[in-house]
Design a protein around this ligand. Structure first.
Ligand code: SAM
Length: 281
């Protein structure tokens, strides 16, 4: 039996041994090439002084890469209990460096298990990834407990995260991400990189936190304004924000913004000003 570079069995064998046929309901598309998972781990930054939070380790391809790249400790949250024995083997190969938590990442607060600096890395189902991304970007206070996020998305979502005003992809995710982080698409991955292959191309996005947000605003209020404005993105702001009160049109103008503009024309700075004017703390 041939072994991988880390002395553990190749991932195809891990999957066969533990009967890990991918479940669609859990968004399971596995990465079985350790060269590829190492590329993702390296893109996360220098790991040797960091704890890493990994969400959705599955059979452990990315987990193994994070450990090989020298992460001080990896805390991995996995919902599918079928994966736990395989992850246990990884844990045994790296004594004291991998802690696996069985559960739903949307329900678990991993903070008790991590010490700063923390980097977050994940190849997650896209809906869970988007939900977690928004939560990671919108805590009340800033900076957050993490330094960076390195996340797999479908390419179209990745493009939304980094999109500039005026483009079709520009939306809620662009504003929230670019307000508080430096967000870049690191590289794309074709469907064949995954087992089973998904229908679409994927992309790894790297977001490095800014120490202070680009413009002052309250996270909850900004999220609300952006959700309203892009909820009806083809409408003028005076219509999409109408629910905020009868005088909304004049207050939009007071923020220095034309009430006849549409959400996609506003910069991140415009949204912050609008939020501060329309929803003062
Ligand atoms: N990281 C592995 C890889 O790259 O091969 C697996 C990636 S697969 C796309 C997503 C993984 O996330 C699956 O193992 C799935 O069971 C897990 N998962 C799905 N929803 C989850 C949730 N809410 N919380 C934690 N893990 C979840």
């Amino acid at each position: 039996m041939s072994m991988a570079q880390d002395g553990l069995p190749p991932l195809r064998e891990v999957i066969a041994t533990h009967g890990l046929h991918a479940r669609k309901s859990l968004g399971q598309n596995f990465l079985l090439d350790l060269n590829l998972t190492s590329k993702i781990a390296r893109r996360a930054g220098a790991l040797d002084q960091c704890d890493v939070l990994e969400v959705g380790p599955g059979p452990g391809g990315l987990t193994r890469a994070l450990l090989m790249e020298g992460a001080r400790k990896v805390v991995a949250i996995e919902r599918d209990e079928r994966c736990l024995p395989a992850l246990e083997q990884v844990s045994a190969a790296y004594p004291g460096r991998l802690e696996v938590i069985h559960g739903d990442a949307l329900e678990i607060n991993p903070l008790d298990h991590l010490s700063p600096p923390v980097r977050i890395v994940a190849n997650l189902p896209y809906n869970v990834g988007t939900e977690l991304l928004v939560r990671w970007l919108t805590p009340e206070t800033w900076p957050p407990y993490w330094q960076s996020l390195t996340l797999m998305f479908q390419k179209e979502v990745a493009q939304r995260i980094v999109a500039a005003p005026g483009s079709k992809a520009y939306g809620r995710l662009s504003v929230l991400a670019q307000w508080r982080t430096e967000a870049r698409i690191a590289f794309e991955l074709p469907p064949q990189a995954f087992t089973p292959p998904p229908k679409v191309t994927s992309a790894v996005v790297h977001l490095e936190r800014l120490e202070t947000p680009r413009f002052p605003a309250n996270a909850r209020n900004l999220s609300r304004i952006v959700a309203l404005a892009f909820g009806q993105r083809r409408k003028m702001l005076r219509a999409s924000l109408k629910s905020l009160g009868p005088d909304v049109e004049s207050r939009i103008a007071e923020a220095g913004i034309e009430p006849t503009q549409r959400a996609e024309q506003l910069s991140v700075e415009d949204f912050c000003r609008l939020s501060n004017r329309l929803l003062p703390d």
